[in-house]
Design a protein. Structure first.
Length: 391
């Protein structure tokens, strides 16, 4: 008996058959190649590792190395090494964040690999917590190549949630405390704020002074994590303390009354009987004056920020200062001049000062300084405060 099927029903059956066939094909396409894909990715990671023995982090979906972020390894893939164990690391990474890190251990000549999670660089506290949860020894900041040990100084500061910074607050435009507002401002203050921001913590400024600076840096119990402001890198300081890379060129110069500019062309013009030279106590300005001025009268005034006005008022003739400080006062007081600004008596750099034994904090700060030099933000900060950029 012949049965006639309605055309609409025949079309429905054909479409159903096609969809079922396509679905089965898609399912097969999605499932069966996964082992081959994992091995293929593992081969590519292994090849990449051979030309990057010092360490790397890879996005295994794109095979591109990220240029920023905080890489933290998972505990599940810890201690995996060699090509034979790389497959399981890649499989874990595909199921999680898609990043694999690796390096050559020169002690046993084995390549080690980890499945990694990448945090934004402004999320150091979260990265450290994840690292501790996964029994890691450190986290790695990619952009600055900074390894942050989880039992080090930076981790302690993050745990405290506050960066403590010592500063004199008397050195315009690097570090100055405004009594009317109760706030600090200046080039060095912004550098410290940048460091705190990269740590993801609050900042608290701790008053110090030039006479007590070295004692305060090394005090027990510790008063602050580091000091910042107009602190010149010197061999004497490096004998007992540590200093960062320089981030601001510096050198000794003078302030005088604008009406007296023609009188001073050299250090010899200053070192004469009858010339009154004013300095703040305990710092390099006083040290320079006592070392180089034997004929002039040296007057020590306790507050550095008051000396420019005293020079303008005739209480003294010369202020020994720095090329970083002098332009600010000339710009803000027409009575003053800096005739030897471009011919400083000394040449040096200003940096961050801290006690010894905080190597991870020093590496962290130097990484930020290097990055700011590279990306132009340090130059922009110089321009903001009218400072000469020398890097």
């Amino acid at each position: 008996m012949k049965t006639n099927t309605h055309p609409t029903i025949r079309l429905f059956l054909i479409l159903t058959l096609c969809i079922s066939t396509l679905s089965a094909a898609c399912t097969k396409e999605r499932v069966t190649p996964i082992p081959d894909r994992v091995e293929a990715i593992a081969d590519r990671v292994w090849t990449y590792s051979q030309s990057h023995p010092d360490g790397f982090t890879l996005n295994i979906h794109t095979m591109a190395a990220p240029t920023e972020g905080i890489a933290v390894s998972y505990a599940a893939t810890q201690h995996s090494h060699s090509r034979s164990q790389l497959t399981s690391v890649v499989r874990h990474a595909l199921r999680h964040d898609g990043y694999v890190g690796g390096w050559l251990n020169t002690l046993d000549s084995l390549y080690y690999f980890d499945s990694s999670r990448l945090f934004p660089e402004d999320s150091l506290p979260a990265a450290i917590r994840f690292g501790k949860d996964n029994n890691q020894h450190s986290v790695f900041i990619i952009s600055t190549s900074s390894d942050i040990p989880l039992d080090g100084t930076v981790a302690q500061i993050v745990s405290r949630d506050t960066l403590r910074v010592g500063t004199t607050g008397d050195y315009r435009p690097l570090s100055f405390y405004e009594t009317t507002t109760g706030q600090y401002w200046g080039f060095g203050i912004e550098m410290a704020q940048t460091i705190a921001r990269r740590m993801g913590v609050a900042i608290r400024f701790v008053p110090t002074s030039w006479p007590s600076l070295s004692t305060d840096v090394q005090a027990e119990p510790q008063l602050f994590d580091f000091a910042i402001g107009g602190i010149t890198i010197t061999p004497t300081r490096l004998e007992t303390m540590a200093m960062s890379d320089g981030y601001l060129a510096n050198g000794k110069t003078i302030l005088c009354r604008a009406a007296d500019t023609a009188l001073y062309h050299s250090l010899a013009d200053i070192d004469r009987p009858g010339v009154r030279v004013m300095v703040n106590p305990g710092g390099l300005n006083e040290q320079f004056a006592r070392q180089h001025l034997t004929q002039a009268t040296i007057i020590v005034h306790p507050r550095n920020e008051e000396i420019p006005s005293l020079i303008a008022e005739g209480q003294a003739d010369i202020m020994i200062t720095e090329i970083t400080e002098a332009p600010y006062y000339v710009q803000h007081d027409a009575r003053l001049a800096a005739p030897l600004l471009h011919e400083p008596f000394t040449h040096g750099e200003i940096g961050v000062l801290m006690r010894r034994g905080q190597d991870d904090l020093m590496d962290f700060i130097n990484g930020i300084i290097g990055q700011m030099k590279a990306d132009g933000s340090l130059r922009a900060l110089h321009q903001k405060y009218g400072l000469v950029y020398s890097y």
